[in-house]
Design a protein around this ligand. Structure first.
Ligand code: FES
Length: 106
């Protein structure tokens, strides 16, 4: 699967060997994507894996659940309608080609 990150420095990084079942946060961290920290290890509590999902991918990715929304509220100054936490997006074949932008820290 191919996943593209626009890193916080504005440089795009495309990863071609993403695997279904892993999270966007782990993928980004493993590949050194700038701005994806994942400080809480995927526990949905730190928001250091915050990304903006490209509008054309929003339907496929889906909205955050209540717990994720509460964590996103902690970075409300940089929150957008297409905000998601990378640790809560589990990659699946339908997301092949996904493009996200890493959010600045809140
Ligand atoms: S890694 Fe902490 S909220 Fe996603």
């Amino acid at each position: 699967m191919k996943i593209t990150f626009v890193q916080v420095n504005g440089v795009e990084k495309t990863i071609e060997d993403a695997r279904p079942g892993e999270t966007l946060m782990i993928l980004g961290r493993t590949h050194g994507v700038e701005g994806i920290l994942g400080d809480c290890g995927g526990g949905c509590s730190c928001a250091t894996c915050h990304v903006y999902v490209d509008p054309e991918w929003q339907t496929a990715v889906g909205p955050p659940d209540e717990i994720e929304s509460a964590t996103l509220d902690t970075v409300s100054n940089v929150l957008r309608a297409n905000s998601r936490l990378g640790c809560q997006i589990v990659l699946r074949p339908e997301l092949d080609g996904l493009r996200v932008t890493v959010a600045p820290s809140g």
